[in-house]
Design a protein around this ligand. Structure first.
Ligand SMILES: Nc1ncnc2c1ncn2[C@@H]1O[C@H](COP(=O)(O)OP(=O)(O)OP(=O)(O)O)[C@@H](O)[C@H]1O
Ligand SMILES: [Mg+2]
Length: 353
């Protein structure tokens, strides 16, 4: 990791011939979503995503016909029809079931024996084949959690092998560092300097970087799923219903119903919890960098999409004695694709090196 990324993604290469293929791909391995970022022949970034979920359906004439009519692809695994990704979500609603999830809390789920074959199908569908032998693919991994005894070694190894079996040279990158690479590139004096936070379904991933060098990366193990579980519990709802309510367009500055009030209460607690943990980590350790000037803190990930997120972060930061001086708090322009784009920045820079 580290190294100064030199790639200017997203345009400016339109006149180059298509023989000048841009090598390197990025993969955001998330509990809720898997995303692939690639560059087309014109140097434009293309991001594809799928829900990281699947559902199994009993095989019979009726179900086979139904899937064919709906145009939904399936594979057979252990004598069951398996539908993966976004269509699994739609089917779960039709059947009033929950989807099965290959990952939990930022890593391969210990409860899903079928997790890896499903992940391979999804990743293959998203990335396609490598454009050259051993094309580099950077994939996101979580940092070590501060608040939970969890080890990333197995998760990292399994995804490295999976990408290797698809023909890629796979390299891990911390999720928070990927946010730094995609979002903190516009300061001319100190590019790629500051704090990147990816707010996901299972975790918050935090990285502190100084001039593109990753100095610190870690995670906290509460994310959007934690809000959903708690809201579902206090309101007596199914988890998926709580998720849908939350994603529908709640504004933390103005909760209008009892449901929105519950979401607001748990969201504020989630943000407080993350910021307090981050502050503690910075205060207690020798390895926290001393920046010459206040730095930006940028938030990405699906959980940062809720209305008023940045206002609540600013509120909470204002109430605490945060150990690193912050210049600006901002949200990524496209929070859902930020990590995948950051992985691509790293891959492209690595291929040019
Ligand atoms: N508009 C929205 N408002 C609130 N939450 C949202 C919105 N859109 C998505 N989310 C939430 O974002 C989360 C998923 O975000 P993301 O795709 O960044 O996570 P992930 O990368 O898959 O998870 P992780 O990084 O923890 O492994 C889910 O909890 C989802 O409910
Ligand atoms: Mg994520």
């Amino acid at each position: 990791m580290g190294g100064q990324p030199t790639i200017d993604y997203g345009g400016g290469r339109g006149n180059e011939s298509s023989a000048d293929v841009s090598y390197g791909k990025g993969l955001d391995v998330g509990t809720a979503n898997l995303l692939a970022a690639t560059q087309d022949a014109n140097g434009n970034v293309v991001v594809k995503s799928q829900r990281n979920a699947f559902i199994d359906i009993e095989q019979n004439d009726f179900t086979r016909n139904m899937l064919t009519k709906m145009g939904v692809q399936y594979v057979i695994l252990n004598n069951k029809m398996i539908v993966i990704g976004d269509p699994a979500f739609d089917l779960a609603n039709i059947y009033n079931r929950e989807t099965r999830r290959p990952m939990a809390d930022g890593m391969i789920s210990p409860k899903e024996a079928d997790a890896m074959p499903i992940e391979k199908l999804l990743v293959d569908r998203l990335l396609g084949p490598p454009q050259k032998k051993g094309e580099i693919c950077y994939f996101s991994i979580p940092g070590a959690p501060l608040d939970f005894d969890m080890d990333v070694t197995y998760h990292k190894g399994m995804f490295k092998d999976l990408l290797g079996s698809l023909g890629y040279q796979a390299k891990p990158i911390h999720e928070g560092y990927a946010v730094v690479l995609s979002e903190l590139d516009d300061d001319e004096e100190l590019p790629f300097t500051g704090i990147g936070v990816s707010c996901g379904g299972g975790m918050f991933n935090i990285c502190v970087a100084y001039q593109a060098i990753e100095t610190l990366a870690f995670a906290t193990t509460r994310g959007g799923d934690w809000v959903d579980q708690n809201v579902a519990r206090v309101l007596g709802l199914k988890g998926s219903r709580a998720t849908a309510l939350k994603e529908k367009g709640v504004d933390l500055r103005n909760p209008r119903t009892r449901e929105e009030q519950a979401i607001d209460i748990y969201y504020r607690e989630l943000i407080r919890y993350a910021l307090t943990n981050i502050a503690d980590r910075f205060s207690n350790k020798q390895d926290t960098p001393n920046f010459p000037a206040p730095v930006d803190m940028v938030f990405a990930g699906g959980t940062s999409r809720i209305g008023g997120f940045i206002d609540v972060v600013r509120d909470e930061l204002g109430k605490m004695d945060f150990p690193i001086p912050i210049r600006d708090v901002k949200r990524a322009e496209d929070p859902l694709t930020s990590v995948a784009r950051g992985c691509l920045v790293a891959a492209a820079a690595d291929d040019e090196a």
